[in-house]
Design a protein. Structure first.
Lengths: 588, 159, 596
């Protein structure tokens, strides 16, 4: 039984379960102690409480120094003051110290208005910095996806936890000591030279402007203004479930129609849906799964199972860097973003009667790794990328604001065709477990030849890091594994490497929660419940769709008839599949 | 896939060192000590190998190397000069002795002279406070060093 | 000491080694051999006798004669005169600085007066590389005695003795053991913290070099009482001799069945391994030390959980420092009552100090708790060097504070030092004279804290840096009175909010100098002068008009032409233009130019 203890916070008596921190206890009675480095993403089971910033200090009667409330546990009989003069002075002085080593360029900072540090300094009423002195200066590191401006780092080290503990990527570590301490890749190299996967989870949790995404909106505005360019856009499923948050709407509201209207207002010539490409991905990946399964069951020793999904570019980067020995296990199907780009610059350009080089393909993604993915050489034809620019949900919100639109009152509009029609299966690509659910809906019907009556695979859903489920394919029991977060993916990969994996197919998403929790999404500022609300929104959209299986999408059927032939056919292989590289450093 | 050149001898030695500590990541500091003993310093390529052998990230290895002042990524001079900056030596003027070495050799702390002969570093208390201020050059210890002694001491090595 | 008639003990502490004690040892052995005495007289290297100022030290047993500043070439004379003819070599005896009385017996020298050797009981008396000598002095008998007691009884004895941790904090050792013994776990650890890092402190090193077995025995006793079977010694890599001696001691103890399985037939298993520090002061903090042992950056975490609950590899871990352990076997052997009869009410036993700085007898001393600073500095330490005036004594290293004249008669113990604004720390004691600038001392210690801060928490990482910058400004004569308010507020906040003990105590040198030497701060800020003449920026060269004959030599030598005056009349220096190079002073033949 849980033991209860009594204590007093700000003159209020309270009873809490043993093990509760002062911060949590205070929250129960409505006292919101300010924090900066602390991060607790409850739904995702991610906790980071190093107690480094010292903003959350409180006075505990009888104790000689102040206690950090985020990681000090309540003790029976404690008498706590959360805003005594001593506490306020300490908090303000600590904040002044942080600001004394932080550039004062808030007005032009990418994080301005969305910065935890700025908000906290304002809340604490800091109006002057009494302590001045040397400031840390570092070279700004530009990678294809992420910009590191460590002058703005306050050593909260949330990024380090995301990169090492949650994602097990190991691109970042605290280096040096004392005033020189900073978070950095090894040897202070550029991120590009590190094993970084560009998952962007560091950016998603950075409380300041130290980690931001590489902004591509300026290039995009240029192309939109160019009369010789046909600029088309695709939007990923997770974007519509989060974009509204940037305009003050409550999390979990779908803004698909408003988003389409806004994109059209911005001047895009065609507004399409990545969900269409997701349906196409299912056709290819699902077929590949069945082919491999079939060969495997027939005893072909060259065929390996499980098959792993490949639509997450950060995940692709991860296995290329960390598990290159297993690069033949994931599906060869490209990600929906790239499948879309490839079809747009061939099939669509042809249909529209324009030349490839006159078409600009833009993607709006919840993701930072997509920025890197679209500039990979294998996705270029004669140097021209299939997808020219990939912008994040946040960048799109910025563009809409710059274009003076009142987003909340925009009337709903529909996607253009042919690449705008999608099924419910394509929609749920944005959530962990969604891709495999979509794939099973199609694979089941093709394999068994029967109609799937119940399309909702509830056992695939949820926020647990590693999940497994069984599906009955007409007497053949398929074992399905699902992992989100690269640390969880690593566990499944190690099982495979050790020959202990029981799975036939595994879905992996790099970001916790899947794309809805992507590094390019509106910042959750530590409230991970937002991610579950976005998931619910996408499941709602799926449930409301008339067609919920990818292979029933009429435009997909038409595309195969008119252009591709059959799934995993020759043209598909050329346009919709890819190959992977060994990116591990070799030491001789 | 980047290629890192190290040479087979060095690589084998490193693998041997890591193995002698059962390739356990918790032995990283011992491995680094052993490595520095063998190579004199711990350059980036060496850290890459250690990371691979102990199955930790290179960033982590670098984070540890840069945390502990005992570890160095730059080679030391043929005659590494260390000036003790412990309190006992400081109150007996070791700061001035350090300045004099810097002045005479024209290199800042932590760097190598052009001919590779000398490098200067500061250290905290060698525990020979009775001899303060203390300077060590290689294995040799000089006690009660005065600013005026610096030139003579250096002469012993300049040959 | 067996078959030999006489012993020549040669100190091989780091201090004496630096002054060629190895060469001396070789020479003695050669001479003995040449004279056919090698079977009658044994040359033994021992650890620090505590008299580093006059090293290398050679002691002759059994008559306990004490020779100082011995050179290799003295070996011949010492053997010929003392060993063979029984006459002391008077020119090598220690002449006490104050009364010039020649002291030959080690027990009578000023340095050894007032001292009681508990932790250092064997240092300098035994060959640390020979377990037999340790055993001959009751070594490992305490461990045997413990095996006849219940583990809880051992804990009770230590509790009753009143022993408090010697590493800095002064936490009751018995209580710590009791806590560790209460946690149930499949594996527990005993850790010896030998990461002595205070600049100017070398107590632990001397014990490890001089009496390693006392630490091993104590660790085994601790392990027995808390239910651990694995010990780890975390020792600074900068102490190669201590490491070497520990390794020898561990091997010998294993050979004698005093480490390993079924020790002394008791059924109790215990072994010890070593881990090395790598130059990070913060690793003396026990949580940081444990991270460092696990191969990580030594960054402290908050307590609780204390290591006694969750330490090395998440298991209950009891961490004590070297000196604390060195006290344990004696307490078991002589009893808690004996130990608690030494010292003050709340601080029992003795404390080892490393006496250093501007004092005549630099060295290692061990005094009962409650001894006054005056006794330590004047009676044991022989007073201030070169007849200068005492100004302050710094205790507790970078975490401590500066104590002054008014504290000289304060009995030294944990609580009195804290009350006086300093702390016991690990035992560094650095004496400063009138020529030491207290603002610069504060700056020196803060610089140390800046360099050694792990960088994890804001107040220590940035706050100490800002303290340093303000102090630097003041020492350059650019400070303002407002800076003093900033120093006080910031120091208070750093103490109040830092994550670990290092940060929480780092502003102590600033606060204690502000309290005790406020005038010096004011002199720097208001008068732009450093009373101790420490800083060039604050120096002023001036010409005494009464001594100046107007020879113009100074003006000719001034590189910036800031000296003016008519021939044969007194000259004047323009302070604004002066770059304080000192060329004028060197040139003047009439001593008319001085520094103010």
């Amino acid at each position: 039984m849980e033991q209860m203890i009594k204590l007093t916070i700000d003159n209020k008596d309270i009873e809490v379960v043993q093990g509760t921190t002062i911060l949590e206890a205070a929250k129960i009675i409505g006292v919101d102690i300010p924090t900066l480095c602390y991060m607790h993403l409850e739904d995702l089971d991610i906790e980071h409480n190093p107690g480094g910033c010292r903003i959350c200090v409180v006075e505990v009667e009888g104790r000689k120094n102040l206690a950090s409330s985020c990681n000090t546990k309540c003790v029976a009989g404690m008498n706590i003051k959360t805003h005594s003069m001593r506490v306020l002075n300490a908090r303000k002085t600590v904040m002044e110290l942080i600001l004394s080593d932080h550039p004062a360029d808030c007005l032009v900072c990418a994080k301005s208005g969305n910065c935890d540090l700025q908000t906290m300094a304002n809340n604490l009423g800091v109006r002057e910095i009494h302590y001045k002195g040397e400031q840390s200066t570092y070279r700004v590191d530009y990678s294809p996806s992420i910009i590191r401006d460590m002058d703005k780092c306050i050593m909260c080290r949330r990024c380090e936890t995301m990169c090492n503990v949650v994602q097990t990527v190991g691109a970042l570590s605290a280096i040096n000591r004392g005033f020189e301490t900073v978070v950095s890749p090894a040897f202070e190299m550029n991120l590009e030279k590190s094993p970084c996967t560009y998952c962007g989870q560091c950016v998603a949790v950075c409380p300041t402007g130290a980690l931001t995404e590489k902004d591509h909106t300026n290039h995009l505005i240029g192309d939109l203004a160019d009369p010789n360019k046909t600029v088309i856009v695709q939007t990923a499923p997770a974007v519509r479930a989060a974009l509204g948050e940037e305009f003050g709407m409550v999390p979990g509201i779908l803004v698909t129609g408003k988003m389409v209207a806004a994109l059209r207002n911005l001047g895009f010539d065609r507004v399409f849906d990545t969900d269409f490409a997701a349906d196409l991905t299912i056709m290819e990946e699902g077929t590949e799964l069945l082919q491999r399964l079939d060969a495997f069951l027939k005893g072909d020793k060259k065929v390996k199972l499980p098959i792993l999904t490949s639509c997450c570019p950060a995940w692709v980067n991860f296995f290329e860097h960390h598990f290159p020995d297993m690069k033949d296990i994931p599906s060869t199907a490209r990600s929906p973003q790239q499948i879309f780009g490839s079809i747009a610059k061939t099939y669509l350009a042809n249909k529209m009667g324009i030349k490839r080089e006159d078409m600009t393909v833009v993607s709006v993604m919840p993701c930072l790794a997509k920025k890197y993915e679209c500039q990979r050489d294998e996705f270029k034809v004669d140097g021209d990328p299939d997808v020219n620019y990939s912008i994040t949900t946040r960048e799109l919100a910025n563009l809409i604001k710059q274009a003076n639109m009142d987003f909340v009152t925009l009337p709903d509009e529909d996607f253009d065709n042919p690449l705008g029609e999608s099924t419910g299966a394509g929609v749920i690509f944005g959530i962990t477990g969604g891709v495999i659910e979509a794939a099973i809906r199609t694979a089941y019907e093709i394999y068994t030849g029967k109609t799937l009556e119940k399309v909702d695979f509830v056992s695939f859903r949820g926020m647990e890091g590693v999940r497994s489920a069984k599906v009955d394919f007409n007497g053949l029991e398929l074992n399905i594994g699902i992992a989100h977060g690269l640390g969880n993916a690593r566990k499944l990969l190690e099982e495979i490497r050790d020959g202990k994996s029981q799975y036939h197919a595994i879905e992996i998403m790099a970001c916790p929660g899947g794309c809805i929790g992507g590094g390019g999404q509106p910042l959750h500022h530590g409230d991970a419940s937002i991610i579950a609300k976005r998931a619910a929104a996408l499941y709602r959209e799926d449930a409301g769709k008339a067609i919920r299986k990818s292979h029933e999408n009429p435009y997909i059927i038409k595309l195969y008839e008119e252009f591709l032939g059959k799934p995993c056919g020759e043209l598909s292989h050329k346009l919709l599949h890819t190959h992977y590289f060994d990116r591990k450093d070799v030491i001789e | 896939m980047a290629k890192i050149k190290l040479g087979k001898d060095k690589l084998d030695k490193l693998i041997e060192i890591c193995k002698s500590f059962n390739n356990e990541s918790s032995e990283l500091i011992n491995v680094l000590h052993q490595t520095q003993k063998n190579f004199g310093y711990i350059p980036a390529e060496v850290q890459e190998v250690i990371a691979r052998e102990l199955n930790v990230s290179v960033a982590h290895v670098y984070g540890v190397v840069t945390f502990y002042s005992f570890f160095t990524m730059v080679p030391k001079g043929e005659f590494p000069i260390s000036v003790c900056m412990g309190t006992a030596c400081y109150v007996r003027g070791s700061d001035k002795v350090l300045e004099e070495f810097i002045k005479q050799l024209k290199v800042p702390v932590g760097q190598l002279t052009e001919d590779g002969k000398f490098s200067i570093s500061c250290l905290r208390c060698v525990g020979a406070c009775g001899l303060a201020p203390v300077v060590t050059i290689g294995e040799r210890t000089y006690g009660r060093v005065a600013v005026g002694d610096v030139a003579d001491i250096l002469k012993e090595y300049q040959g | 000491m067996g078959k030999y008639k006489m012993h020549i003990l040669i100190c091989s502490g780091a201090g004496c080694r630096a002054s060629a004690s190895e060469l001396i040892q070789n020479k003695f052995e050669l001479v003995l051999k040449a004279k056919g005495l090698e079977n009658e007289v044994q040359v033994v290297t021992t650890a620090c006798f505590g008299f580093c100022e006059k090293g290398p030290i050679v002691k002759i047993l059994p008559d306990n004669t004490f020779y100082i500043e011995v050179k290799p070439e003295d070996a011949e004379e010492i053997i010929e005169e003392h060993i063979i003819k029984g006459r002391q070599v008077s020119r090598l005896l220690y002449a006490a600085t104050i009364n010039k009385e020649v002291v030959s017996n080690a027990q009578n020298s000023g340095l050894h007066k007032k001292q009681i050797r508990v932790a250092l009981r064997n240092c300098g008396f035994i060959d640390p590389e020979n377990i037999e000598e340790y055993i001959a002095r009751d070594g490992y008998s305490a461990l045997g005695k413990c095996f006849e007691m219940l583990p809880q009884t051992v804990v009770d004895v230590i509790k009753e003795s009143g022993l408090r941790g010697r590493g800095g904090g002064g936490f009751p050792t018995g209580l710590k053991w009791e806590i560790a013994s209460k946690y149930k776990a499949d594996q527990k650890y005993v850790v010896c913290n030998a990461d002595e890092g205070d600049p100017g402190a070398f107590m632990d090193r001397s014990i490890l070099e001089g009496d390693p077995h006392s630490v091993l025995e104590a660790m085994a006793i601790c392990a027995y009482s808390i239910g651990a079977d694995q010990g780890i010694i975390y020792v600074r890599a900068e102490y190669p001799l201590a490491i070497e001696r520990l390794k020898v001691a561990i091997n010998q103890a294993r050979q004698y069945g005093l480490l390993g399985n079924d020790i002394l037939g008791s059924g109790f298993n215990f072994d010890v391994e070593m881990r090395y520090g790598a130059g990070a002061f913060v690793c003396g903090e026990e949580t940081a030390l444990i991270y460092s042992m696990e191969g990580l950056r030594g960054e402290p975490t908050i307590k609780p959980p204390f290591p006694t609950e969750s330490g090395y590899k998440g298991k209950p871990t009891n961490v004590n420092n070297v000196e604390t352990f060195a006290n344990i076997p004696v307490i078991i052997n002589k009893g808690a009552k004996w130990f608690s009869s030494i010292g003050t009410e709340k601080s029992k036993g003795t404390k080892v100090f490393a006496l250093a700085g501007n004092i005549n007898n630099v060295g290692l001393i061990e005094v009962p708790m409650g001894t006054t600073l005056r006794e330590v500095i004047y009676e044991i330490g022989g007073g201030i060097k070169d007849g200068k005036k005492f100004k302050a004594v710094q205790t507790g290293g970078p975490s401590g504070g500066c104590l002054t004249e008014k504290h000289l008669d304060t009995p030294i113990d944990f609580d009195n030092l804290l009350a006086a604004g300093s702390m016991m720390g690990s035992g560094g004691m650095i004496v400063m004279d009138e020529d030491d600038c207290m603002v610069s001392m504060a700056k020196f210690y803060i610089e140390f804290s800046v360099e050694e801060s792990c960088g994890k928490c804001t107040p220590c990482r940035i706050g100490n840096k800002r303290l340093y910058e303000i102090l630097d400004k003041i020492t350059k004569g650019e400070g303002t009175l407002n800076d003093l308010d900033l120093l006080r507020n910031l120091s208070g906040v750093i103490k109040d909010t830092s994550l670990c003990g290092l940060g929480q105590t780092s502003p102590n040198p600033v606060l204690s100098t502000l309290d005790n030497f406020y005038d010096e701060y004011i002199a720097h800020i208001v008068d732009h002068k450093c009373p101790a003449g420490r800083f060039k920026a604050l120096l002023q060269y001036a010409i005494n008009p009464e001594l100046c004959v107007g020879c113009t030599l100074c003006a000719k030598n001034c590189p910036v032409n800031c000296i003016s005056g008519e021939r044969k009349k007194a000259h004047v220096i323009d302070f604004e233009k002066c770059i304080k190079c000192g060329a004028c002073m060197d040139a003047c033949k009439f001593n008319a130019i001085s520094i103010q």
